[in-house]
Design a protein around this ligand. Structure first.
Ligand code: ADP
Ligand code: MG
Length: 238
């Protein structure tokens, strides 16, 4: 099978700049190049640009601080969801700049995004095993991953059958199907993302020499689709 070269050159760019990881924007570019949906977004450098930035996107918006010093943005008040207009965005930027952890960090700007359609939050990850190469991980977001460690792993490349089995292995699997009054999460959309990340032609296989760790957290899955709203890739130390 021939591998189509990916349009995105973000890994080479990050290496040239001596970076050990891709930031959120570069990570999402890599995902988009692999065919994974990411929110439409733009970068805002200062509060006064909020109006022009909002005009490019459909509300409601999400605002996120972009900083190499801040890994967990919401822990420091660096994520604000559900902003309705430019005034709210401007207020949110000024509020973030007033937070100590953000004021003291190197801030590259603010990522303004469209909200993903509401759905269930999953985590899709990748790690590199010294013997087996890339491994793919999936779990339900929040307490399921963090407290219950309810995750499934496979050695890449996975097939669509593997992807389905991974989902069925999760103890929280009934929630995906819509248990307890939740809207069901589109299974074909999840399988598609798992293949685009961990399949034969997926990004972990294509970039096996470059990706040490991948973390899509969360992938928001509605009844009709899946959107990767946060992404981080750690590069190998070659
Ligand atoms: P971090 O993990 O660094 O704290 P995230 O980018 O994951 O920051 O954002 C925190 C939370 O905000 C996400 O888990 C998700 O619930 C919500 N969120 C972030 N971006 C979006 C988006 N574009 N649409 C909808 N919800 C979002
Ligand atoms: Mg996150």
């Amino acid at each position: 099978m021939t591998l189509h070269p990916m349009k995105s050159n973000v890994i080479a760019e990050a290496r040239k700049q001596g970076r050990a990881a891709l930031d959120e924007v570069a990570g999402k570019e890599l995902l988009a190049a692999a065919g994974v949906a990411v929110p439409k977004s733009t970068i805002v450098r200062e509060a006064a640009q909020a109006g022009a930035a909002c005009a490019l996107l459909r509300p409601p918006f999400v605002l996120k601080v972009m900083s190499p010093d801040i890994l967990h943005k919401s822990d420091v008040g660096g994520v604000k969801v559900g902003l309705k207009d430019a005034v709210e965005v401007e207020v949110a930027i000024r509020a973030m700049l007033g937070v100590k952890a953000i004021a003291e960090a190197r801030v590259d700007g603010f990522l303004l995004e469209e909200m993903a359609p509401p759905g269930q939050e999953l985590v899709v990850g990748g790690v590199r095993d010294p013997h087996f190469g890339p491994l793919l991980m999936v779990g339900l977001g929040g307490v399921f991953v963090e407290v219950l460690a309810d995750v499934a792993f496979r050695i890449c490349p996975i097939t669509a059958l593997d992807a389905g089995e991974m989902l069925d292995e999760l103890k929280g699997a009934p929630l995906l199907a819509g248990a307890r009054g939740r809207a069901p999460a589109s299974r074909p959309a999840i399988v598609d993302v798992l293949l685009k990340v961990g399949g034969e032609n997926g990004l972990l296989m294509r970039h096996a020499a470059d990706i040490e760790e991948a973390d899509i957290n969360p992938l928001i899955v509605s009844e009709t689709g899946a959107v990767a709203v946060d992404a981080r890739f750690i590069l190998t130390g070659k």
